[in-house]
Design a protein around this ligand. Structure first.
Ligand code: ADP
Length: 528
């Protein structure tokens, strides 16, 4: 051994081994604090024992161990040991590189999250927490004041805790936030103050809003009377059935006004997906609550009058049956804990007053029909339409267009003509639309006249002394002297006399169009 230690080749080899081993020790030293001892060992051990002692502490395969044992020549042993140590060093380096890379990616978002938390803490310390960062705190405050039942409050708090732990970039942060916002926005307890129901006032209101319909009004008054005597009575759900434009929606809104409650309309026409009523589960991308919960959020009270419009137009297909979901909604036994898939907690719908409308009874599934009381509105006769138009539609249309009877007069005979020639419907919606067209035409004329009056003022202002003289002398107005910037047309309209527009047959034809031949024929056919 002494001999071999003198060998220059062996000395070089051992130096190389020492260098590699030292490197490995320094790498390991960062992880374990035991490196110092090994370093001392490396310095003090006789060179020929170095390889054996070092290599013994490595994990290696059986073949490698055998080949180590096999090599008797110290030089070969040392070079094999160097190779082993080097390999070990390389593998540690590669592993380190990979972990560094992964840590780098992870820590970027974690660092951001940490910094944000720190920033929040600093702001809180400074009492300077009025910006967006604090919207989670604002959300929490909103949730606290939402008046949730205790079990739902617990559920919401759990979700909020999860949200607080999430960094804002994490997928799911936003959906969780939107969900909590909905929980906070829903009217869990907030109700519109129910006034003492005055049946006389309710009757007056119904009479004031609607002409005729005495039986329907009578039934509504009975319904209201029962509610007055027993506010939590589980009365039937009223369902107004009739053609379009007979006043189904407006009757429902009159009920809401009579009860002093808010009114919300949910359109069910064309709804084929059960999720439209019950919402999508939150696991779906873009999931949202059903229309009922959405309507309640919009109206922001838990006891509105909710109109389920066009309940006969719901259909069923592979996506489920909305009618069966509606069954649960309308059943007073079940709607205490209505389960919206998105909301995922029960919501009490029992304070909502439901009213439904439909065009026909036949398409409504029998179990659903069973839960409702059908009130038929068959449509109006021509005489009824005339009365409705004169008493309700014309004043309303004029008001909507900023006019009054001083500007536009629609004589009864002309309304009759509109009913006979231009509308053929059970309701009065087209009639209202045609009257609105007349009002629009009148509005254009009135607006033009107002402009003309202002132009005429300008004319006086701009008029030259010559024009003034002529006016003073009472001379005939001529277009001789034209003030600059006022054209011929403006001058001519400037002296029009404003007058009330009375609708006549010619005007009807001009505004509503020439009566269409097939309509005319069927009209003639009707009376022959
Ligand atoms: P529906 O819901 O049956 O389709 P709406 O309630 O929307 O019809 O009524 C259409 C319009 O006709 C509304 O402006 C409504 O006020 C008016 N209307 C319908 N029936 C009457 C009536 N009997 N008296 C006064 N206005 C009526």
């Amino acid at each position: 051994m002494e001999q071999v230690e003198q060998d220059p080749d062996f000395v070089t080899l051992s130096r190389q081994f020492k260098a590699t081993a030292m490197e490995l020790i320094s790498v390991l030293e960062q992880k374990q604090k035991t490196g110092g001892r090994i370093k001392v060992l490396l310095e003090t051990l006789p060179l020929h024992k170095l390889a054996d002692i070092f290599v013994a502490s490595f994990e290696m395969s059986l073949e490698e161990q055998l080949s180590m044992l096999d090599s008797v020549d110290p030089k070969i042993r040392l070079s094999k040991a160097t190779e082993l140590v080097d390999r070990h060093l390389q593998s540690i380096r590669v592993a380190e590189k990979i972990t560094q890379k992964v840590e780098g990616q992870l820590s970027k978002s974690q660092k951001e999250f940490l910094l944000r938390q720190q920033m929040r803490a600093i702001k809180e310390e400074l009492g300077d927490n009025d910006d967006d960062e604090d919207d989670l705190a604002a959300l929490e405050r909103k949730m606290q004041s939402a008046g949730m039942p205790s079990n739902i409050w617990k559920h919401a708090q759990r979700e909020l805790r999860r949200l607080k732990k999430m960094p804002p970039q994490q997928p799911g942060y936003n959906s969780s936030r939107v969900y909590l916002e909905l929980l906070a926005d829903l009217p869990w307890q907030k109700a519109s103050e129910e006034q003492e129901l005055d049946l006389k006032a309710a009757k007056d209101r119904l009479d004031c809003d609607h002409y005729g319909l005495s039986k329907v009004k009578q039934r509504i008054i009975e319904y209201l009377a029962v509610r007055k005597l027993k506010p939590d009575a589980r009365g039937p759900v009223l369902c107004f059935v009739g053609p379009p434009g007979v006043g189904k929606t407006s009757l429902a809104s009159s009920i809401a006004a009579a009860l002093g409650r808010k009114f919300v309309r949910i359109s069910l026409g064309g709804v084929k997906d059960e999720a439209d009523i019950r919402g999508h589960r939150r696991t779906y991308i873009g999931s949202m609550p059903g229309r009922l919960i959405d309507g309640l959020k919009r109206v922001a009270v838990c006891n509105p009058v909710m109109l389920l419009d066009e309940i006969d137009k719901t259909g069923s297909d592979v996506r489920g049956d909305p009618a069966s979901a509606l069954l649960e909604v309308l059943d007073p036994e079940q709607n205490k804990s209505f389960n919206d898939h998105y909301l995922n907690v029960p919501y009490d719908l029992s304070k909502v007053i439901f009213v439904a409308t439909a065009n026909r009874v036949q398409p409504i599934p029998p179990p659903l029909l069973d839960r409702m009381e059908v009130i038929e509105l068959p449509g109006y006769t021509a005489e009824e339409k005339l009365r409705i138009a004169m008493q309700h539609l014309i004043p309303r249309v004029l008001d909507q267009h900023g006019l009054n009877s001083e500007y536009l007069q629609i004589p009864e005979a002309m309304v009759k003509l509109v009913i006979q020639r231009y509308t053929r419907e059970a309701g009065v919606r087209n009639l209202e639309r045609n009257l609105a067209a007349l009002a629009r035409a009148a509005a254009v004329r009135v607006a033009e006249q107002e402009q003309a009056v202002s132009v005429s003022k300008d004319v006086h202002k701009l008029a030259s002394p010559l024009l003034d003289n002529r006016l003073a002398e009472g001379a005939e107005m001529e277009m001789e002297v034209l003030p600059m910037g006022v054209n011929n047309n403006e001058i001519s309209t400037a002296f029009k006399i404003s007058s009330r527009l009375v609708v006549d047959e010619a005007m009807l034809e001009k505004i509503l169009g020439v009566i269409i031949p097939h309509k005319l024929f069927s009209f003639i056919w009707m009376f022959t």
